[in-house]
Structures are given as structure tokens and as C-alpha cells.
Ligand binder design. Structure first.
Ligand SMILES: O=C(O)CCC(=O)C(=O)O
Ligand SMILES: [Fe+2]
Length: 251
């Protein structure tokens, strides 16, 4: 997947141009220098509105492997949601019944070598506005998480996947799970390739989420108000970089 993702990003710009769009309703799109604060390009396949992927829409450089990868990572996500449900003391299908595994986005990132890495970042400090994120990274390194107020390198391990809890899972679990702040450093060496699988929950028709009722009691009152994923994302995007939308939904 890493090799074919790199192959897509290293094609002639004329070929990539066909996928370049800023229209977020498009299911397959290529973004370059999206917000100028990040030193990376992205190939996005959104399955947010429907699960069906039209193979012809996916760039031929990575089509076969991307379809295969999405199938496997979606299965893995389903299994993780079962385990996470059980860890909360709920039935295994609880989180999938809430459609936390829906609203999936596959993104293949390309972080080019950067001549002045101290002036930018691969992706700035943030937590994900997702329920769950599964990442595949190459061997270059640069991914860091905050641990005890310090940035700690997450060393790549060949064949390993990185799983991050996102803000939305923190809310529905009423803080039993915590989303993690992370970033990717820009580097003089590159490119770094990573592949993310993000799921932001059911949004068609819009679904109201909030702390799971079974986790609420007199001793554990709800810490957040109910919200629509679209409202959460709107709030998240309106914030300064490095702050999540969690505070806005706190009771
Ligand atoms: O590229 C990576 O390894 C992480 C990307 C990331 O954190 C994000 O896009 O939210
Ligand atoms: Fe992230």
C-alpha cells in the first residue's frame, strides 16, 4: 500500500491534476498544500455518504491495492469496535450499532522532504475528530504523541498499525477513553508516506451522539451534551490548530 501510494504521489502533476479538487462532496480527491500550515499532500477516498466505491474513480496507480486495503482495514476497525465495546462493559456490537464504524475516509499522505522543517510541520498538534483512526506509516518516522506533557516519538515498526482514539469516542465513552494529541514533524529527508483510515460515524441521516446511556449513573453523570457529527466537525475546524472541539460540548 505504501509503495503504490508513493507511486500515485510521484506521478507527473498533469496526471494528478485530474484528481485535484477542493469540493468536499467529491468522493475521490487529491489535495496539495491544503492549508499552508501542513507540509503534505493527500489522496482522499471518502466513503462518508455511501459505502460503495466505484473502482474507476480511484487512480489507477493504487486502485487494486487501495480497494483491498480498505476492505481489510474496515474489517479490522469492526473488530476493534467490538473489543472497545467490551472494554466499556457493553455488548460487542454496541459501538457498531451506534454506527461509530461508519463515515469512513481513507487518506494516503505524502510528506515531501522539507528544506526548512523548523518553519512548518507535517501536520500540527491535534487530536482527531473521529471515533477511531488506524494508521499505517513507512519507516521514516516523525509521528509523535504527547505523553506526560512531552512529545514522544512513535517509532515505526515494520508491518505494525497505529491506532488512535478520536474525540468522538472520548465523548460517547464519557471520558473512559481519551483521544490523543499527536503531530507529524516535517523533515529534511523524505518523502514520508502514511495511510490513514478515519471513521467519523453515521451522518446520513444525521445521527445524534452523546455519552452512552449505559455508562451514565449518579456517580458518573454525563460530561458532554449530545451533538451531531457535522456540528462537531464545524466546531473542530473553527478552532485554533492544536485545540479540539471537546471543550465546546462539555457540560
Ligand atoms: O500521517 C500520519 O501518520 C498522521 C496523520 C494525522 O494525524 C491526521 O491526518 O490526522
Ligand atoms: Fe491525526
Amino acid at each position: 500500500m505504501i509503495d503504490r501510494g508513493q507511486a500515485f504521489h510521484e506521478q507527473d502533476p498533469e496526471v494528478k491534476k485530474a484528481f485535484y479538487r477542493r469540493d468536499h462532496t467529491r468522493r475521490v480527491r487529491y489535495e496539495s498544500n491544503y492549508d499552508l500550515l501542513t507540509w503534505r499532500d493527500s489522496l482522499i477516498i471518502s466513503m462518508g455518504f455511501s459505502d460503495h466505491i466505484d473502482a474507476d474513480e480511484i487512480p489507477s496507480a493504487c486502485r487494486t491495492i487501495a480497494i483491498e486495503y480498505i476492505k481489510h482495514v474496515t474489517n479490522l476497525g469492526d473488530t476493534l469496535f467490538e473489543l472497545l465495546s467490551e472494554a466499556l462493559g457493553l455488548k460487542p456490537d454496541h459501538l457498531t450499532a451506534l454506527e461509530c464504524n461508519n463515515g469512513r475516509h481513507f487518506i494516503c499522505f505524502y510528506y515531501p522532504a522539507c528544506p526548512e522543517p523548523e518553519l512548518t510541520s507535517g501536520i500540527y498538534n491535534h487530536s482527531d475528530a473521529t471515533f477511531l483512526t488506524i494508521l499505517l506509516q513507512d519507516q521514516l518516522g516523525g509521528f509523535q504523541v504527547i505523553h506526560e506533557n512531552q512529545w514522544v516519538d512513535v517509532q515505526p515498526i515494520a508491518g505494525a498499525l497505529l491506532v488512535n482514539i478520536g474525540d468522538l469516542l472520548q465523548i460517547v465513552s464519557n471520558n473512559k477513553f481519551k483521544s490523543v494529541n499527536h503531530r507529524v514533524l516535517a523533515k529534511r529527508v523524505g518523502p514520508r508516506i502514511s495511510v490513514g483510515w478515519f471513521c467519523v460515524g453515521g451522518s446520513v441521516p444525521p445521527k445524534l451522539y452523546g455519552p452512552i446511556k449505559e455508562l451514565i449513573s449518579k456517580e458518573n453523570p454525563p460530561l458532554y451534551r449530545d451533538f451531531l457529527v457535522s456540528d462537531y466537525i464545524k466546531q473542530y475546524l473553527s478552532k485554533e490548530h492544536g485545540t479540539s472541539g471537546l471543550d465546546y460540548f462539555k457540560l
